[in-house]
Design a protein around this ligand. Structure first.
Ligand code: ADP
Length: 633
């Protein structure tokens, strides 16, 4: 099948390879880059919205806990001012006698116990402690000069003294609330309440809250995490550090900075803080981030800060990022797969269309060729019919010719047949007459001998007529013949002529089976031998050679005579019908023609040779029925 090559023509290599190469080189890195980018965006968006949600929630928490801190602090705001109402206190300040001091000490002790504060004490305007609730303790403030304390300095000027610090005597942190005690519009002393706020820290810890309170200096004074306590949330200058050290507000504690790894301002009062993993604050191995929300506490210069850990959020955001990246990878993979499949389908469709087109073309050509073939077939059939008719006509003509030839031969032979039959008839007549006479005389033995001779003569006559009948019978192209029997029959038919010619017969052939009708073979042989006899009429020593040989699946019989031979002119027309050199009624010129056509009809051949020694050789080749297999070389 020859297909149209244009249907399958590939794109030029440079055009076909380039985009595919580019795709293969750049697509995977592009997908990976997009995966990372989208993953990061997913992470960022998730973290951003997560922080916003945490922030909203944190604001509520911040408000709640800041208010709790405010209420805790404000509980004690009015306590020092209440001492103004106590006459013993004002009397002590006016006249500090030991009795009064003791009275006030006991009063303060009782008041302290009831208010659950840490200590309550009264100072004169010089800052000396005149009476205190902890007068019984070893580390009592009694008689101490606390004029350096900022809360005293504020209160003695008539301003509220708010102060968080570490007790210089006890080393214990506390919240100091100081109030200038007035009498007749003049400050006569200062009342101080020291409160411990650690209860709040414990409450935060129980609630697993991370929070701290930083004071006006930015120092963390209260923290759910003890490690953060007394750390500064803002950078402290050297001057500030020195000032704070001098004030002993924080005793001798080193005021280290709370140093986050990263600090990111999100909004007013909102920051994202990251602390290092190996920070002393962290037990974890990871860096830890917090959402830090700060709000000032009313009535104080302090700030309340709520820390919300962001690990869970971060983990969630990482998961979201990974999810987005994986989802993208999946979508990209599906898109690529879909695209590849689409291309495969397109290629298949194109191939199918091309195939269909080629098929259609092929079918069209087949149809055209079939039409041509059918037409030529019809022509051929017509020709075959014509040939058959011609063959039939020819065969019929041939049969007629054969028959005519036979009849002619019979006509020719009739004289000799009549002679042949007349002789025995005459002999029979004589013999039968003699036999009658011998019977009458009673010479039975002679009569019996005569009768035997009569029988032999009748047999001979029967044989003559039988061969004549078989010669005249119509044969056909198929059949088998025995060469030996055919030669015998022919010789018998020509027996009388042979006898009268005193012929020398040489036989050198095998009795093979050849593919020809027996009668036809006899007919051919009668013609050939008859012609030889005619040619040898004037030959004093006529001789006939019948020599046979097997050659190439055929049997070749040479009929050679030493007659007058055939002249050059006669050789040209030998096998032409009605060519004869015989005078008068002797020759019809059909013998060789018929013999050659009978031999050819069975696939054989009749040819002639003219030996240099004289005479003529007719070569009859006929196909063997079962040829001897060729000798292997
Ligand atoms: P016919 O015998 O009736 O003449 P044939 O076709 O048998 O017709 O022979 C044609 C001619 O071929 C003969 O007339 C004769 O001249 C020649 N011919 C045939 N056989 C021989 C032969 N063996 N030797 C010489 N001439 C022959």
């Amino acid at each position: 099948m020859k297909c149209d090559s244009t249907l399958y023509r590939a794109a030029p290599p440079s055009l076909a390879v380039k985009p595919r190469l580019i795709r293969h080189l750049f697509l995977p890195p592009l997908i990976i880059a997009l995966m990372i980018g989208l993953g990061y965006i997913g992470f960022w968006v998730s973290e951003h919205y997560g922080i916003r949600s945490l922030s909203e929630n944190g604001q509520r928490q911040l408000e709640l806990h800041a208010r709790a801190v405010e209420s805790e602090i404000s509980k004690y705001t009015y306590l020092p001012s209440l001492l103004e109402l106590e006459s013993s206190v004002s009397r002590l300040l006016a006249d500090p006698s030991p009795e009064l001091r003791q009275t006030v000490n006991e009063y303060l002790e009782g008041l302290n116990r009831r208010s659950r504060s840490r200590a309550i004490y009264v100072m004169d305007t010089t800052g000396r402690v005149l009476a205190t609730s902890n007068w019984r303790d070893v580390d009592s403030y009694l008689g101490e000069d606390l004029s350096f304390r900022a809360y005293f300095q504020n209160a003695v000027r008539g301003q509220p003294g708010r102060f968080y610090g570490i007790g210089s005597t006890s080393g214990e942190p506390g919240y100091y609330l100081a109030h200038g005690l007035e009498e007749h519009g003049k400050i006569i002393g200062v009342a101080v309440v020291k409160v411990r706020l650690e209860a709040m820290e414990e409450r935060w810890q129980r609630a697993r809250l991370e929070a701290f309170v930083s004071d006006e200096n930015g120092i963390i004074i209260l923290s759910s995490d003890p490690a953060r306590r007394l750390k500064s949330v803002v950078p402290l200058s050297d001057d500030t550090k020195e000032r704070l050290a001098r004030s002993l507000q924080y005793y001798w504690y080193p005021l280290n900075e709370l140093q986050p790894l990263a600090r990111e301002k999100l909004a007013e009062g909102e920051e994202k803080l990251t602390f290092p993993a190996n920070s002393e604050l962290m037990s974890d191995e990871e860096n830890i981030s917090y959402l830090s929300q700060t709000r000032p506490l009313s009535d104080t210069p302090w700030n309340f800060t709520l820390l919300t850990p962001l690990q869970d959020l971060r983990r969630e955001a990482i998961n979201q990022g990974i999810l987005v990246a994986v989802a993208f990878a999946l979508v990209a993979f599906l898109l690529i797969a879909w695209n590849e499949r689409r291309k495969v389908i397109a290629t298949r469709l194109a191939a199918r269309e091309a195939l269909q087109e080629a098929n259609n073309q092929l079918e069209r050509r087949i149809t055209e060729r079939t039409t041509d073939l059918r037409a030529s077939n019809e022509r051929l059939k017509g020709q075959i019919r014509e040939r058959r008719q011609a063959e039939e006509t020819l065969r019929r003509a041939q049969d007629e010719l054969v028959q005519a030839g036979k009849l002619a031969a019979i006509g020719q032979m009739s004289t000799s047949i009549a002679h042949e039959l007349n002789q025995p008839l005459a002999a029979l007549r004589t013999l039968s007459g003699n036999t009658v006479r011998f019977l009458e005389r009673g010479q039975l033995d002679v009569a019996s001998t005569n009768l035997k001779t009569i029988n032999e003569l009748i047999d001979r006559m029967g044989r003559i007529t039988a061969s004549l009948r078989s010669f005249a019978r119509r044969g056909d192209d198929k059949g088998q013949a025995s060469l030996g029997k055919a030669v015998e029959a022919a010789l018998q038919l020509l027996g009388s002529r042979m006898e009268s010619a005193h012929l020398q017969l040489h036989r050198d052939f095998a009795d093979v089976q050849v593919q020809i009708d027996q009668t036809r073979l006899e007919q051919i042989l009668v013609n050939l031998i008859g012609n030889a006899l005619d040619a040898m009429q004037s030959q004093p020593q006529p001789a006939l050679w019948l020599e046979g040989e097997e050659f190439d699946g055929k049997y070749r019989l040479r009929v050679r005579d030493n007659g007058h031979g055939i002249d050059a002119e006669a050789r040209k027309h030998l096998f032409e019908p009605f060519f004869t050199t015989k005078p008068g009624e002797q020759g019809l010129g059909l013998g060789l023609t018929l013999s050659a056509s009978l031999a050819a009809a069975t696939g054989g051949h009749l040819g002639v040779e003219h030996p240099a020694s004289g005479g003529t050789t007719f070569v009859l080749s006929l196909p063997l029925v079962s040829p001897t297999p060729a000798e292997p070389i």
